[in-house]
Design a protein around this ligand. Sequence first.
Ligand code: ZN
Length: 240
Amino acid sequence: MSVRPGARFDLDDYAALVEAVLARGYAIQDYAGADPAARDLILRHDVDFDLQAAVEMGAVEAARDWRSTYFVLLRSEFYNLLAPASKTALLALLDHGHEVGLHFDASLYRPDELIEAAAREARMLGDWIGRAVTAFSFHRPNPERLSDSIAVPGMINAYDARYFRAMGYCSDSRGAWHHGHPLDHPALSEGRALHLLTHPIWWTGSGNPQRRIEGFLDQRTALLDVEAARNCSAYVPRRS
Ligand SMILES: [Zn+2]
């Protein structure tokens, strides 16, 4: 029996999943161009952990001439956008024709600060990558924030009702299709747009979600170990 696309969670499988949606008459669109009533497909990625995984995924998409949007965190402990390798990763995504959006952690702010904070983070990110950042998505949004979605002037909110309700919305949160497989989404049979959110960490590496995050943490620790030794001769790498 053949395995259904989107069940194996690797990059070939991701490509097969997108191809299966395209085979139903869908065309890939960006946020500004997508029409909820058309067979449009938005490819969205929230980069919660690993920018290198995002670059791998972006290369797979670019090889097929697909364009997507990568939402990146400014205030994460897992990666630093200003680090040299991160800049290289961001430029690689842009070189492949993808958009870079702001992944915004609203839990770090008071409710009355959110609009200005999102606008400020988007400006900072835009300055750093040398182009305007016009879309944002919430990191781990709470249900209240989704129903009462904030409007940031000049920016697209990926959780706006247009993208979250008028379009079919499907996410691989926690490394599985907990709310249904994308190919089973009613939007596909109704010919409505599909907003597909995938997290690069779940499609690279191997094993279950626990193991994939452990693999990322191991890599990150190894990198910090080398960097500590490079920056301080009093430190001997543990892994040398
Ligand atoms: Zn997130």
